[in-house]
Design a protein around this ligand. Structure first.
Ligand SMILES: Nc1nc2c(ncn2[C@@H]2O[C@H](COP(=O)(O)OP(=O)(O)OP(=O)(O)O)[C@@H](O)[C@H]2O)c(=O)[nH]1
Ligand SMILES: [Mg+2]
Length: 292
């Protein structure tokens, strides 16, 4: 077929193929969420609706891209780790980064109402994204440990800061000054002595963030196993996590995860329900019973 005289501009395009045999991390981060959280009146220091929505959007990304083996999220950020041998889009950097970011962003908006109910979305949020390659398993573990350590440091600071402001009556400026130069132990002590709060008893989702993994679980009603994306709020810095979930670094078949029947998270139940949409109305009412 004859080409138009404009065709030559295609040669200006360039493509980056990510280095083989490296773990691929795509990290997205909310743009100016300091402002976005204020405009939408997020609870301080942590808003369970906001975290739930982030986790939902990320789980949609994992459901779509099976080569993502683990994701880690906290605050307004999420990291997605693709298997080091992935051949998805021939490892084209732009494809991977933009598809993951846009599916996450559109899911964040799509599911907004499920989490924020009658709080109206005031303007469309956006997220930046980057791709980082990690050549060794230890590099990847250190990357995830870095993000989880960051979660802990920020959460301890924010928990103390907002206790001083909301319960202690300090202005934000005074609270900032009070915390300037303090160590973790000082913040723990302020919380304990002045606000009767033992930081260790704060919810794990706030202290540790959220890890998303693909696991086999026993179906709560039918007598079969299902592959689902599960959220965990555990320490991933210690070896124990990597021993228990050795399939991630070894790139093996998904392991089994056992939930107590009453403890199956909503995020997981919604996947089972979704898978069952085509099933009979009778089964559907069974799900409603589990959900309620
Ligand atoms: N109140 C509240 N604020 C939150 C919550 N989660 C995230 N945020 C806000 O989102 C910010 C995220 O931090 P950053 O990503 O460093 O800041 P940012 O304003 O998004 O700036 P850029 O990422 O550089 O665009 C926090 O500093 C908080 O202000 C939440 O659960 N509650
Ligand atoms: Mg941000």
């Amino acid at each position: 077929m004859a080409k138009s005289k404009f065709e030559y501009v295609r040669s200006f395009e360039s493509e980056e193929y990510l280095l083989p045999n490296c773990w691929i991390v795509v990290r997205i981060d909310g743009k100016s969420f300091h402002k976005f959280s204020k405009k939408h009146d997020f609870d301080k220091p942590n808003d369970p609706r906001a975290l739930g929505l982030m986790n939902k959007a990320a789980s949609i990304v994992l459901e779509e891209y099976k080569d993502i083996l683990i994701a880690y999220g906290q605050s307004d950020e999420y990291s997605f780790v693709l298997r080091k041998d992935t051949q998805l889009y021939n490892r084209r950097k732009n494809k991977l980064m933009t598809y993951i970011n846009s599916l996450f962003s559109s899911s964040y908006v799509y599911y907004w109402r499920d989490y924020f109910k009658d709080v109206k979305l005031k303007y469309p949020p956006s997220f930046d994204s980057r791709v980082v390659l990690y050549p060794t398993d230890q590099n990847l573990r250190d990357y995830l440990s870095w993000r989880q350590a960051d979660c802990h440091i920020n959460n301890l600071y924010n928990t103390t800061f907002w206790a001083l402001v909301l319960k202690g009556g300090l202005t934000t400026q005074e609270a900032e000054q009070r915390l300037c130069g303090t160590l973790s132990s000082d913040k723990n002590e302020i919380l304990f002595k002045e606000f009767d709060t033992n930081y260790n008893n704060e919810p794990f989702i706030y202290k540790k963030g959220t890890i998303l993994l693909r696991k086999k679980i026993k179906h709560p009603i039918k007598d079969k196993n299902r592959l689902v994306v599960i959220p965990l709020h555990k320490d991933l810095i210690q070896d124990d996590f990597w021993t228990r979930n050795s399939e991630i670094l070894d790139i093996k078949a998904c392991g089994f995860y056992e939930f107590k029947f009453s403890d199956i998270p909503e995020l997981v139940l919604s996947q089972l329900h979704h898978l069952n949409i085509k099933d009979s109305a009778e089964n559907d009412s069974d799900y409603k019973r589990v959900l309620n």
